[in-house]
Design a protein around this ligand. Structure first.
Ligand code: HC0
Ligand code: SF4
Length: 579
């Protein structure tokens, strides 16, 4: 332990801690921009490039003159004296922001990050009132090439949070510095269009970008158009992770469960049916647990890999094409739901499937590209027509003038609206495999599973290995979230060193709750943690907690699909990789 002083306040801190972390202990906020530290999720950026956190080190050893140092990387030492509030420190921070603004478009009013932009917030916080170096600005065209991500290089402030996210955390290696000096920005190598890169569309770069240099493709207007078309029957489904995050966009605490309000809002916006992707998740478990048992019994390829995360699917296609026989063949839950909507639901309600528009609300940017995958769109109908993110849903609710916090609760429409605790936990890392185990256990042993909570499958680590005893069989499970962690497991499989039966992989650190389309966490790791706790609470609140006990799912098989993993189920609910 060492003694230091910050703004005349004495404090004792552990050795090795930075000024930035120490200041927080005495209630002093030092602004940051490039810095990011979500240690629970192993998500960080410590490039110290923006110089927005400059503070004054009193008697810094430079001929007894005080020295300006960046607080994010300067470690505390015994007897250190820091002032964060001198005119010199304030001016240094202000100048850093002013310089960034001098080469930044003046379009806050129309910017997709308006009121969410960290640069804008800093300009306000640091009282920037003029930009002394107005002049030429970068002038690159926007990259609108992909169905998922928009890149606006003119808004890049070169903080490199996206680059660390993509290269170090996700190990995708798409983003790097391009150009020099004044014209420098971060983008795909040689500035090729995003669509031509090996981008997975995981959206982690979007989630951590402090400005609007990287954002999702907006599809809100397409949804309004569909809702205003009297010939269309527009139905919506919401992913598990939306309900624990949407409230944040309306000032609610992270982890507030807003399922009922969300359903009411969607009904008031005019959707003809409001359904739950959780239903699709229960259906996925029926198929995926069957597939796992089939592979075990018939000595087929093991481990089985869950494949409901589309960024992860892109990752394996780009980086490990030789392992494409390993993932499950199940379509992802929202795509399964879309298929059932255009077949069973259409028939049951006498609606021409061509007139049904399925909208998915997802915490994910990659789902936008997934819905357009050739093998999922070449049937007579698309499975899912439009995908919007949690943030886009928030924007629609605001546009509609709905006072979200005052809404009463309502229930999802039926049938296709009943869901279980097993499907809710899909939203957090480890949840898909826990849901599969709840079903596989009962199917393999014929016994009732009393305690459905598998603690060994829960935790925030990027890679988790666990064994679950099912009768006399030991099921070896692997869980990875974050594509860098997925890479470790895939390399084990490639080298024949993996002895798992089943592996869950989610591209985003923490799973879908930390998705690229979720409300921006702005580097606060508590937010993702609270969403995770809320997911488990929602599971505990459910009367039915096993997918195979979902009565509407059982009815769907009885009335329409036949056997799980049977002929029609294969035709409608399974896929193959074509890209
Ligand atoms: Fe997920 Fe999903 S759980 S990927 O994280 O499997 O996006 O929330 O909707 O489809 O259900 C995201 C979340 C989903 C799907 C489900 C899966
Ligand atoms: Fe990299 Fe993911 Fe961003 Fe693509 S979406 S550039 S893979 S971080």
């Amino acid at each position: 332990k060492i003694q230091i002083k910050i703004n005349d306040q004495d404090l004792t801190v552990p050795e090795g801690i930075t000024i930035l972390e120490s200041a927080h202990e005495v209630g002093v906020k030092i602004p940051t921009l490039c810095h990011l530290d979500l240690h629970d999720l192993q998500l960080y950026n410590k490039t110290a490039s923006c110089r927005v956190c400059m503070v004054e080190l009193v008697d810094g050893g430079n001929q007894n003159r005080n020295k300006l140092v960046p607080a994010c990387v300067t470690k505390a030492y015994e007897g250190m004296i820091i002032r964060t509030d001198t005119l010199r420190a304030i001016n240094a921070r202000r100048m850093a922001v002013e310089l960034l603004l001098s080469n930044h478009p003046n379009e806050c009013f129309t910017c997709p990050k308006n009121l969410e932009c960290e640069l804008q917030a800093l300009a306000e916080e640091l009282n920037v009132r003029e930009i002394r170096w107005e002049g030429e600005r970068m002038d690159y065209p926007k990259d609108l090439s992909s169905d998922a991500i928009v890149k606006d290089a003119n808004k890049c402030i070169y903080c490199r949070r996206c680059e660390t996210g993509c290269n170090v955390i996700q190990t995708c290696g798409i983003l790097s510095g391009i150009g020099r000096g004044f014209n420098a920005f971060v983008g795909p190598f040689a500035n090729i269009p995003m669509v031509e890169s090996s981008c997975t569309y995981c959206g982690q770069c979007v989630q951590v970008c402090p400005t609007a240099a990287l954002t999702e493709v907006y599809h809100v207007d397409k949804v309004w158009e569909a809702l205003n078309d009297p010939d269309k029957h527009v139905i919506v489904q919401t992913a598990p992770a939306i309900r624990v995050a949407l409230g944040e966009l309306f000032g609610m605490e992270a982890g507030t469960i807003v399922t009922g309000k969300m359903v009411t809002a969607l009904k008031r916006m005019g959707f003809d049916g409001v359904f739950d992707t959780d239903f699709g998740a229960d259906l996925t478990i029926m198929e995926e647990a069957s597939e796992l048992i089939y592979r075990i019994k018939n000595n087929k390829t093991l481990p089985i890999l869950t494949n409901c995360c589309p960024a992860w699917v892109k990752f394996i296609e780009h980086q490990f094409p030789e392992l494409l026989h390993v993932p499950s063949t199940c379509k992802s839950p929202h795509i399964m739901f879309g298929t059932i909507a255009k077949t069973y639901y259409a028939e049951k309600n006498g609606i021409d499937p061509d007139n049904i528009v399925v909208v998915s609300i997802m915490p994910c940017i990659a789902k936008k590209a997934e819905a357009k995958r050739p093998e999922l769109t070449k049937d007579e109908h698309n499975n899912v027509d439009i995908v919007i993110t949690t943030r886009e849903l928030g924007a629609m609710i605001k546009e509609a003038g709905i006072e979200f916090d005052r809404l009463p609760d309502s229930e999802f429409d039926r049938p296709l609206g009943e869901t279980t605790g097993a499907s809710v936990i899909f939203g957090t890392a480890g949840g898909v495999i826990e849901a599969a185990v709840r079903t596989a256990y009962e199917w393999m042993t014929g016994e009732t599973l009393e305690n459905v909570e598998f603690e060994q499958l829960r935790g925030m680590e990027g890679i988790r290995k666990a064994t679950v005893k099912i009768g006399d069989q030991e099921l070896k499970i692997g869980i990875a979230s974050g594509l860098g962690n997925a890479r470790v497991i895939l390399e084990e499989i490639r080298e024949g060193k993996a002895d798992y039966h089943a592996i869950e992989i989610m591209a985003c650190p923490g799973g879908c709750i930390g998705g690229g389309g979720q409300p921006y966490h702005h580097g606060n790791h508590e937010i993702v943690k609270k969403r995770r706790e809320a997911i488990y609470e929602e599971d505990r609140n459910k009367k039915i907690r096993k997918s195979h006990e979902n009565k509407e799912i059982l009815e769907l098989y009885r009335e329409y699909l036949g056997e799980p993993f049977g002929e029609l189920a294969h035709k409608l609910l399974h896929t193959h990789f074509e890209e």
